[in-house]
Design a protein around this ligand. Structure first.
Ligand code: PLP
Length: 268
């Protein structure tokens, strides 16, 4: 009997990030976001978190050799139209990831510089911040710091829209092709206002504010949606604008699961 072999050409995106056992952020959010965009997702895990909607109870880093092996395995065979990095956890992992990305000459790379949670808690040490700044950020197509990460990278306080604009211009000098400072964690009128700077265009991107406290995974989701859109060959600014629309929908469909802060939803 003849076997029919359906074959589908599909863009591929790779996420290099941590596992969130609660399924709300990290690699789990990235793969759901890629799937929603009809982009095939591959992954290289950097660390494993034990967490739920209430707290993170444990974080285990994977050996850097394991991270490299995962990246090599998927990129050498399947390829990657776009790549994102999320939580890289420590300087050792960052250094090997930066080295590998450099050797692949990845030209569609979203770097989510996961350093500080949206609530302001620092997640990585000074050596890791320096490695991120010096070795990974210069390779990024778009860098997506939240307010606190932007404060560290720009070495300034951020309270107003003018502060966000000034920080975007300072951070741009670290070498990424574009910077998106996310205002999701800002209070009042600036919540949901992001600032884009690519060396020429300084744009304030606004969306409605969605009133939900189930916002876990927002940072991962927007950078993953940007990566999916880059894999679909959108320009970086268009990819970012479309990703913002996706995140707004995901916030509207946030999940009231668990007893604490639920994640944004990808089921709509
Ligand atoms: N990556 C992992 C593995 C995480 O556990 C978290 C937060 O818990 C994040 C990234 C950042 O999450 P968010 O998208 O809420 O900024």
């Amino acid at each position: 009997p003849r076997v029919s072999q359906p074959s589908v050409k599909i863009p591929v995106a790779l996420t290099i990030a941590g596992s969130d056992s609660g399924g709300g952020a990290g690699v789990q959010a990235d793969l759901r976001t890629f799937a929603f965009h009809c982009v095939h997702g591959t992954s290289a895990l950097t660390c494993i978190t034990a967490q739920n909607t209430l707290s993170v109870t444990r974080v285990d880093a994977l050996p850097p050799e394991s991270v490299i092996a995962q990246i090599d395995a998927v990129v050498n065979d399947i390829g990657a139209d776009a790549i994102k990095t999320g939580m890289l956890l420590n300087a050792e992992i960052m250094a090997v990831v930066a080295e590998r990305l450099q050797s692949y000459h990845c030209d569609r790379l979203v770097v989510d510089p996961v350093m500080v949670s949206r609530t302001g808690v620092c997640l990585i040490d000074d050596e890791a911040i320096a490695t991120l700044r010096d070795r990974l950020i210069p390779q990024a197509t778009v860098l997506t710091p939240n307010r606190y990460e932007a404060q560290i990278l720009a070495k300034q306080e951020i309270h107003t829209l003018d502060d966000m604009k000034a920080a975007a211009e300072t951070i741009f000098k670290l070498g990424s092709q574009a910077v998106l400072i996310k205002g999701g964690g800002m209070r009042g009128k600036l919540c949901g206002v992001d600032v884009w700077f690519d060396g020429e265009t300084l744009e304030v991107l606004r969306t409605e504010t969605v009133g939900t406290h189930h916002t876990h995974g927002t940072g991962c989701t927007i950078s993953a949606a940007m990566t999916a859109n880059l894999a679909l060959k959108q320009s970086p600014l268009e990819a970012t604008k479309q990703a913002k629309i996706y995140l707004t929908q995901a916030l509207h469909h946030a999940l009231a699961i668990g007893e604490g802060q639920g994640p944004v939803g990808h089921y709509f």
